[in-house]
Design a protein around this ligand. Structure first.
Ligand SMILES: [Fe+2]
Ligand SMILES: [Fe+2]
Length: 195
């Protein structure tokens, strides 16, 4: 049950509940409410934080596979990097913004940009982009990272340092499983190292 104050977005939540796996949908709600909490602390727009949070994985759907991501980007003339060609699920931010705009009629560029950049971040993110990047990693349903308690505290003390620490975690994890790493993850890491 979603509280009334988010009633404007009920049509989005109801739709996502049907087309996302339960675990993905619960994660999205966790990101939305974590994003709102961070938005309160940092005086960001609460509605935009909730909306970007609930939408951030709106392209991670039960019946989507790699081909869907590539096809949608090609149809819409959205650029695909070499890394994304090899790892099409990493397009779920770009495709998510298309779905948010076309299906859910969200025009707010700040919200769409937060959806696009939530996966590996980028240098010089807006406050909303940082909030969604952080909330995606620390929402209450997350359990994997060993330093989650530290990151959750840091998120409310120093968001730039938190973005850096999350980037370190993500890169170290991907290295540990010998996975390809998106160049943009290193750019985010380098930029927020200096903050
Ligand atoms: Fe995601
Ligand atoms: Fe997510």
């Amino acid at each position: 049950m979603i509280p009334n104050y988010y009633g404007d977005y009920k049509y989005i939540i109801d739709d996502l509940e049907k087309i996302q796996k339960d675990s993905r949908h619960i994660h999205s709600l966790g990101v939305a409410f974590t994003a709102v909490s961070l938005a309160m602390k940092y005086e960001c727009d609460l509605n935009k934080a909730f909306l970007a949070g609930i939408l951030h994985d709106c392209a991670k759907l039960k019946d989507f596979d790699d081909k869907n991501y590539i096809n949608i980007c090609e149809e819409k003339n959205i650029s695909i990097t070499d890394y994304e060609h090899k790892n099409p699920f990493m397009l779920h931010g770009k495709v998510g913004a298309i779905i948010a705009k076309e299906k859910y009629k969200i025009e707010d560029e700040e919200v769409l940009s937060a959806v696009i950049n939530h996966i590996v971040g980028k240098p010089s993110m807006t406050l909303l982009e940082k909030i969604i990047f952080i909330a995606d990693y620390i929402e209450p349903g997350r359990t994997q990272a060993s330093n989650l308690a530290y990151l959750r505290k840091l998120a409310f003390e120093d968001p730039d340092a938190c973005v850096y620490e999350i980037s370190v975690n993500v890169i170290n994890y991907l290295k540990s499983i010998n996975a390809d790493i998106d160049e943009r993850a290193f750019e985010t890491l380098e930029y927020y190292k200096k903050r």
